[in-house]
Design a protein around this ligand. Structure first.
Ligand SMILES: Cc1cc2nc3c(=O)[nH]c(=O)nc-3n(C[C@H](O)[C@H](O)[C@H](O)COP(=O)(O)OP(=O)(O)OC[C@H]3O[C@@H](n4cnc5c(N)ncnc54)[C@H](O)[C@@H]3O)c2cc1C
Length: 463
């Protein structure tokens, strides 16, 4: 039997590797480290968005932030952990980082609520909550994002009855470009809450959130590999039965991985090391060795996958729901109406398999709808399809070839992942878009928060 993490060990044993052509690595991923960039420049995680701002603002507290914003040159753009792929952050003016505004401010265990500074990283928050016997309702794939950055773009995990993270925002404090501090909650300016939950940093800088949390909980994970067709047929039922269900289609293999997480009573954690990076490396080797012979690639993959065994883990929610992603990539993700998800995924897999260089698993998740005006899940339960290309390799097709497929199925793009939509299309996709625009103009009449990417999203600098 072959464990999932050892997909290609069998190939070596068969002596197959020696006979495979082109074993040299495909274009190397050029990992970028902060140390290798000039002191004042900034770039995102994958290196495709960059800027050299005139100044960085690193306020020590909200009062300092409110003093700095009115007198700093625009565009005023907030940056979190730089894990968005779209050009939301770059500015030639002032880059605002809340790296000094972190940590819990208050914990109300009786009401399962916390106040937390907006620069806190999700992973840091998860640990702080755990120490209080609390946890987030759900988490995304990674946890290094700042809370503000994740919420601003509608970041989500998976779960048919679990909404994206911003649905847990009960209140927030927003500092406008004029330096005014707005408190927004069910009691104060309640009409702004759904506008400010997902704001792309276009309304001001959020300094603090009040979040709904819950008592900490353990999850049991089950991972298995099955024919893609079988997983696609079972997906709606699996999503109904399990607290979290997601699947990854492994391109050019005819197979996919199903992953469920279910809440269980606390027990002794058993958490085998993640196999994700090994599987990714194996899929890449198959691509590098057999990419020019898709049928042989499929046949080899099927043979190697045939004996893979399911994996189990048991641990606290925050330890299982988020992982690390050492291999860097570029990504596009769209959110489809729930009933269109599977049909869209099928078409996306077909489209991607026309390109032999593709090897990244295609991620399929479930997200419950919510009411935030710019939430990609606004008013509808959704499925999400995410596609990746290795850092340093071509990624234009994620937008050019996949975008039209996603849009035919009524998809809304993840704000932080690659897409080429602008104001006219967004207006048609978001019923409250015009109201968001009106509020944005009221809070930022001179358009000081707009960089070129936001100007395109909102239809021209002062439109
Ligand atoms: C490896 C990887 C895995 C990912 N996994 C997932 C996933 O599972 N699910 C998912 O939905 N997404 C995922 N993402 C996308 C990611 O969660 C979002 O792009 C998120 O916005 C990144 O947060 P950040 O802190 O890096 O923010 P940044 O990318 O730095 O900024 C994002 C936006 O937030 C705004 N912003 C930042 N701070 C503030 C503030 N204080 N006030 C107002 N606006 C602010 C910025 O101006 C910008 O518009 C992933 C990305 C990567 C690279």
């Amino acid at each position: 039997m072959t464990a999932r993490r050892d997909l290609l060990k069998g190939a070596a044993a068969l002596g197959l590797a020696r006979h495979l052509p082109g074993q040299a690595q495909s274009p190397a991923a050029t990992a970028t480290t902060a140390a290798s960039t000039p002191a004042r420049s900034w770039q995102n995680w994958s290196g495709i968005a960059a800027c050299t701002p005139r100044q960085w603002l690193l306020p020590a507290d909200e009062a300092e932030l409110a003093r700095l914003l009115p007198k700093s040159p625009g565009p005023l753009r907030s940056v979190g952990a730089g894990h968005s792929f779209t050009a939301l952050v770059p500015t030639s003016g002032s880059l605002v980082s809340l790296d000094r505004l972190t940590w819990l401010v208050a914990v109300d265990k009786a009401r399962n609520q916390v106040r937390v500074r907006a620069g806190t990283r999700i992973g840091q928050l998860a640990r702080l909550l755990d120490a209080e016997g609390l946890a987030l309702h759900n988490q995304p794939d990674i946890d290094v994002q700042t809370l503000a950055g994740a919420l601003a773009t509608g970041t989500h995990g998976t779960g048919a009855e679990l909404p994206a993270l911003h649905a847990q925002v009960l209140g927030l404090r927003l500092v406008t470009p004029a330096g005014e501090v707005l408190e927004i909650s069910a009691d104060r300016n309640p009409e702004l809450l759904d506008a400010a939950r997902v704001s792309l940093g276009a309304l001001g800088v959020v300094s603090e959130y009040t979040l709904a949390v819950r008592p900490r909980y353990m999850l049991r994970r089950h991972v298995w590999i099955a024919p893609t067709q079988e997983l696609l047929e079972q997906a709606p039922e699996l999503a109904r039965k399990h607290r979290h269900f997601e699947m990854y289609v492994l391109p050019f293999t005819g197979h996919g991985a199903g992953i469920t997480h279910d809440e269980v009573p606390a027990g002794t954690p058993e958490h085998p090391a993640s196999a994700d990076e090994n599987v990714l490396a194996d899929l890449r080797k198959l691509r590098d060795w057999l990419g020019r012979w898709p049928e042989l690639r499929r046949w080899t993959a099927a043979k190697l996958i045939a004996g893979s065994q399911p994996e189990h883990a048991l641990d606290w929610s925050w330890r299982l729901l988020s992982a690390v992603r050492p291999t860097r990539f570029n990504e596009s993700e769209y959110h489809l109406p729930r009933e269109r998800g599977i049909a869209c995924l099928r078409e996306i897999v077909q489209t991607l398999e026309r390109r032999n260089e593709v090897f990244f698993p295609i991620e399929f998740r479930f997200v419950q709808g919510d009411s935030a005006w710019l939430s990609p899940f606004h008013g509808r339960d959704s499925c999400s399809v995410a596609c990746h290309a290795l850092q340093g390799e071509a990624y234009d097709y994620l937008v050019k070839d996949l975008g039209p497929v996603f849009r035919r199925h009524g998809g809304r793009p993840h704000w932080g992942k690659l897409h080429d939509l602008a104001a006219p299309q967004l207006q048609a996709l978001y019923p409250r878009f015009a109201e968001f625009q009106a509020l944005r103009r009221r809070l930022d009449p001179e358009g000081r928060l707009l960089n070129p990417h936001l100007a395109a999203l909102f239809g021209g600098a002062h439109a």
